[in-house]
Write a protein that binds this ligand. Structure first.
Ligand SMILES: Cc1ncc(COP(=O)(O)O)c(C=O)c1O
Length: 400
């Protein structure tokens, strides 16, 4: 269906292709043409499409009980919360339905924390190039001015600093009163696959500043969580834990659910009536969270993500460094950086049309790879071959 006759509001400009089914790391059109999926629905289907255990859990629970509301105890929700707390070493969980909603809870907590201290205008430090969602509060926290344009966002409530720059945070601490929290992504996804200069020890540094000033240390692990970087959560590559953490995307492999996890001084901020959601943590969604958690914790899939991620990065470097191409990222969250700031977004279309490869471009010149955590070595090799051909062709013909 072309844009002009779609009834869908044009908030996206989708590629002119529709997939009929998916299996593992492959998507198929209705004529059964296979595409290698290196995007997994934007870091969502971490276990691949239609993972048999996930499919079985959805089918069984859909035939048993889908929804009751949080006016009743929900056994699967209790179990999912325990699983996530065990995975993160954190105390308790609020379930939402998406990443933005999980972050909405995170940011409301920061404001409440300030309110409890008697602050009049609590402020949260956020990062340049960050992305936290499209609700009013989360888009206010997001860096991209295009996403905020026209919405009278709460710009006074956020202090923006360069990502990875600990001195900028210390400077903000000396310049502003009433800071309550810092919110950041351990690796920035939408902002261009940015990794802090200091690597994950940046998180240790930020935690220390938060402790010094009694701020909440809040991590957005919506994209980096659920095994994506080779550990359950990316902060587990560091030595510290956050007070508040949000996750979604890979949490239920495509079933829409998000979660906000709290610990320490954030643990008791929300009380009965502070926050809520009709759908948050349904029996169906929570059972899928448990299933994904079981697969992640009882198989070598996270180890595979770490190993194949390293392999893909080193293979791409071997093939493409001669063209000035570099790679960055961790596990199955990889940025392939082309040597110019010229717009390379056409590469997404060329990769799809000529290589039957599904990928993405961020910040004009960064190819974003988010393959399934259980990618096989053969699939890694195919990805490297396909991407190498398309990058070489792109750089040769257009000098992007
Ligand atoms: C880091 C991060 N935070 C928040 C979100 C928003 O999640 P959702 O689209 O599920 O609302 C995203 C989505 O891309 C994200 O990558």
């Amino acid at each position: 269906m072309s844009d002009s006759n779609s009834y869908v509001m044009p908030t996206y400009s989708p590629q002119p292709i529709s997939f009929a089914r998916g299996q593992g790391s492959w998507l198929y059109t209705s004529d059964d043409t296979a595409y290698l999926d290196a995007l997994t629905g934007i870091a969502v289907c971490g276990l691949g499409h239609c993972h048999p255990q996930v499919t079985e859990a959805i089918q069984q629970q859909a035939a048993t009980l889908v929804h009751t509301s949080n006016l009743f105890q929900i056994d699967w929700q209790e179990k999912a919360a325990e699983s996530l707390c065990t995975a993160a070493g954190i105390d308790s969980v609020f379930f939402a339905n998406s990443g933005a909603e999980a972050n909405e809870a995170v940011l409301k907590m920061a404001r409440l924390y300030g309110h409890n201290k008697g602050f009049k205008n609590p402020k949260v430090i956020v990062m340049d190039n960050s992305f936290h969602g499209r609700t009013f509060l989360t888009v206010s926290a997001t860096a991209n001015p295009k996403a905020r344009e026209g919405f009278f966002t709460l710009d006074d409530d956020f202090i923006r600093v360069p990502y990875g720059d600990i001195d900028a945070i210390k400077k903000a601490a000396s310049e502003y009163d009433e800071i309550t929290a810092i919110l950041l992504e351990p690796i920035q996804g939408e902002g261009g696959l940015n990794v802090p200069k200091a690597g994950f020890s940046y998180l240790d540094q930020v935690r220390a500043v938060c402790d010094q000033h009694d701020w909440l240390f809040m991590l957005d692990e919506i994209q980096t969580g659920n095994g994506r970087t080779g550990k359950y959560f990316a902060f587990q590559h560091s030595l510290v834990k956050p007070d508040v953490l949000s996750t979604a995307k890979g949490l239920a492999n495509g079933f829409p659910i998000g979660a906000c996890l709290v610990s320490g001084k954030a643990r008791d901020l929300f009380k009965v009536g502070s926050h809520g959601s009709t759908y948050g943590g349904t029996p169906l969604g929570s059972r899928v969270v448990n299933t994904v958690y079981d697969v992640l914790s009882n198989t070598d899939v996270m180890h595979n993500a770490a190993q194949e991620g390293d392999y893909i990065q080193s293979s791409l470097s071997q093939e493409l460094s001669q063209y000035g191409v570099t790679t960055r990222g961790q596990g199955m969250m990889i940025g392939v950086v082309l040597p110019s700031e010229t717009d390379c977004s056409h590469l997404v279309h060329n990769a799809r049309i000529h290589e039957k490869l599904i990928t993405d471009v961020r910040s004009n010149n960064v190819i974003r790879l988010l393959p399934a955590l259980n990618f096989s070595r053969e699939e890694s090799d195919q990805l490297v071959e396909k991407l190498t051909r398309i990058v070489v062709k792109t750089l040769g013909s257009i000098r992007c």
